[in-house]
Design a protein around this ligand. Structure first.
Ligand SMILES: Nc1ncnc2c1ncn2[C@@H]1O[C@H](COP(=O)(O)OP(=O)(O)O)[C@@H](O)[C@H]1O
Ligand SMILES: [Mg+2]
Length: 335
């Protein structure tokens, strides 16, 4: 019921439906969930769905972007502070954790938390107690913690940038949001749903996708996932005079972006600052590789094997470069 009124998880692909089933199951379990996935894959939407499908749905859902909090303020933002705790603390604050009482706290980009904040979060997860900044006693609050990250937390834990003990606490349950390119048929479905939503929102006549637009949506790799797709549809919906969207302008733009600044502007020596010759050369080569691979992927509509052929490169060598620069692309062998 709530799902239909507040959250709409679109996508009929088996891959995504498996995730939806996991979301329903996790909503019933009152444990922390670590939500992983590339940018724009719906991590926050999944967190909201878990909250609104859970027994906590009539209590607050409090989303926090940890990456947007400054190191010096993160603890007082999360755990609150007493009056006079620091110069600007004119009044006491309950913090986001206090705001979420009885409900769910969603920590996005959890990998960006400072070491100190990680320690406080770990303590809270262990015994549900915390202290406000600037003293006061131990406080207790009933809050479910969901976290998300697009970083490789295992790798960060291995290199000691993220606490291992915190990672173990957080990923009791873990949910991986698949990239849009891994979700057969969903891009098209999402595009159609977005068009419907837009005509309601703007109270304008509905528009549909021209066969060429549809073809592009199916074949493009969507490195920015659902968010990128929504943006493209939104822009085209507003800017195109045609009731049938071909996505011609967006297609040109995405291709131009794929070429990258280095290839369009030319590289200037001063851009390398005072890097020595070896470092400057390595940077230039990396810049070239990234631009080249992006361009070939764009020409091949995101198909890695085809892009490798266009580049006259071995499939596995080309695939390595795609992964090195995290350029996405579809892998028909994995499908
Ligand atoms: N399965 C989906 N169905 C409908 N909209 C989606 C879906 N996945 C993502 N979105 C939309 O895409 C955008 C990005 O989602 P978001 O949850 O913010 O991604 P992330 O947090 O992973 O970057 C939002 O507007 C969200 O509503
Ligand atoms: Mg997000």
């Amino acid at each position: 019921m709530e799902l239909h009124t507040r959250i709409n998880l679109i996508g009929s692909s088996p891959r995504f439906q498996a995730v939806v089933a996991q979301i329903h199951r996790m909503a019933r379990l009152d444990a922390s969930v670590l939500i992983a996935g590339e940018t724009g894959t719906g991590k926050e939407l999944a967190a909201r769905a878990i909250h609104y499908l859970s027994g906590r749905s009539d209590k607050p859902f409090v989303p926090v972007n940890c990456g947007a909090l400054s190191d010096s303020l993160v603890e007082s933002e999360l755990f609150g502070h007493e009056r006079g705790a620091f110069t600007d603390a004119k009044t006491a604050s309950a913090g986001l954790i206090g705001e979420a009482a009885g409900g769910t706290l969603f920590l996005d980009e959890v990998d960006t938390l400072s070491g100190k904040a990680q320690a406080s979060l770990l303590r809270f997860l262990q015994d549900r107690t915390y202290r406000r900044v600037g003293g006061g006693g131990l406080r207790q609050v009933d809050v479910r913690v969901l976290v998300a990250s697009n970083a490789d937390l295992d790798e960060l834990a291995r290199t000691r940038q993220f606490r291992k003990d915190l990672l173990y606490r957080l990923n009791v349950l873990s949910l991986r949001m698949p990239a849009l390119r891994e979700r057969q048929g969903d891009a098209e479905e999402l595009a159609q749903a977005t068009l419907q939503r837009l005509s309601h929102q703007y109270r304008l006549p509905s528009k549909c996708l021209h066969a060429d637009g549809l073809d592009f949506i199916r074949r493009y790799a969507w490195p920015g996932n659902v968010r990128e797709l929504e943006n493209v549809i939104h822009r085209e919906y507003l800017m195109s005079d045609d009731p049938q969207l071909c996505l011609h302008d967006s297609r040109q733009q995405l291709l131009a972006e794929a070429v990258g600044p280095a290839m369009t502007d030319g590289m200037r020596i001063q851009d390398f600052g005072d890097a020595g010759f070896r470092d400057a050369k390595a940077q230039a080569v990396a810049e070239f590789e990234r631009s080249y691979v992006r361009e070939m992927l764009a020409r091949a509509d995101g198909n890695i094997s085809q892009a490798a052929r266009l580049s006259q490169q071995d499939r596995s060598a080309f695939g390595k470069l795609v992964r090195k620069y995290r350029l996405g692309g579809t892998d028909e062998r994995a499908a």
